[in-house]
Design a protein around this ligand. Structure first.
Ligand code: ZN
Length: 326
């Protein structure tokens, strides 16, 4: 890459500067994994507490539970699931088709559910799943105000697979629903495809086992095989994480990679803005090319790479500085 004249002049002026070129900040996709899969469970069904949570816990897997406020019982058990590392997401107050909602109802369905979840789970619940995966402009307006990411429909063709360089809508991220007549090969195929494409896919699960447990129940044996398969594929570099965790990483990745470095006092400074709302504490794995003996700082803290040259940076800090050492 050719260096702009003002950069060369700045380098002459700042004698300490030894950047061969502007440092290249690269975020490693999927938290330094090959691909990502999120499991999401809808509608606050009791089988999620009785079967899904314990089976996930046994395998050290974490998932997302999109709760309907009007259907919520056994709240202490849901709180325990949250404390065990599962994500609680907003699935509206009463789960209506958007066509049945007035403009005022659209706001209530998103906002009241969020307020209830925030206060009962002592959290900032900022992910949403559209009931029936149906979107309306009014609903999307409120979801954009109160959430940083939302789960939508599968899209066409390969769109249920989000690659790090695809274009996507944070407020309509794709997912693929489980159906009762799918056998284990279907789910293993989805996971294999995510791995092959280095992509992220989100599964949408309702009932498990008996038809009384929810919409299109996945047979229990199929569900357990799916969990075992996810566990096995983790050894090949699969990241299994809640929907909001993967969405936050991806959104932060896009923002940081869009930051253009500016030269200041002999160092290159990357600045970015953290959106609102957004989860706090997001950490990104990055590599920095464009020179040797670089020293990396966030605030007053110097960051140190792993042996493989990977730095862990804080997205919250909104800045990163690169100095050429010595
Ligand atoms: Zn639902």
């Amino acid at each position: 890459m050719r260096k702009p004249v003002h950069t060369i002049l700045a380098c002459i002026f700042w004698m300490g500067c030894s950047f061969a070129q502007a440092p290249d900040l690269h975020v490693l996709p999927w938290n330094q994994h090959a691909a990502a899969v999120s499991l999401t469970f809808d509608d606050a069904r009791l089988v999620h507490l009785d079967v899904a949570v314990p089976e996930l816990n046994k395998r050290h897997l974490h998932a997302t539970f999109f709760l309907i406020i009007s259907k919520l019982t056994r709240i202490d058990d849901w709180r325990r699931a949250q404390a065990e590392g599962h994500e609680i997401g907003n699935h509206s107050v009463t789960h209506e088709h958007p066509a049945a909602l007035s403009a005022a109802d659209e706001e209530t369905q998103v906002e009241d559910a969020k307020r209830f979840l925030d206060s009962n789970f002592n959290a900032n619940v900022i992910t949403f799943a559209y009931p029936y995966t149906e979107l309306s402009p009014g609903l999307v307006f409120w979801v954009k105000k109160y959430d940083f990411a939302a789960r939508g429909w599968r899209g066409d063709g390969d769109q249920p697979y989000v690659t790090a360089d695809s274009t996507f809508d944070w407020y309509n991220l794709p997912s693929q629903p489980a159906y009762s007549n799918y056998d284990t090969a279907v789910y293993e195929g989805w996971i294999d495809k995510a791995m092959a494409l280095h992509a992220w896919t989100t599964l949408q699960i309702h009932g498990i086992g008996d038809p009384s447990t929810g919409f299109e129940p996945i047979p229990t044996a199929t569900f357990l095989t799916l969990l075992d398969y996810l566990r096995a594929r983790q050894a090949d570099g699969l990241w299994v994480a809640p929907f909001g965790e993967v969405a936050a990483y991806l959104r932060a990745e896009k923002i940081v990679e869009g930051a253009k470095p500016e030269q200041q006092n002999g160092e290159e400074k990357f600045l970015w803005e953290v959106p609102t709302p957004f989860p706090s504490g997001v950490m990104l794995k990055v590599t920095i090319g464009g020179g040797t003996h670089l020293r990396i700082y966030q605030g007053k803290r110097e960051l140190h790479p792993t042996k493989a040259g990977v730095y862990t940076i804080s997205f919250d800090s909104g800045e990163l500085r690169v100095k050429a050492a010595g």
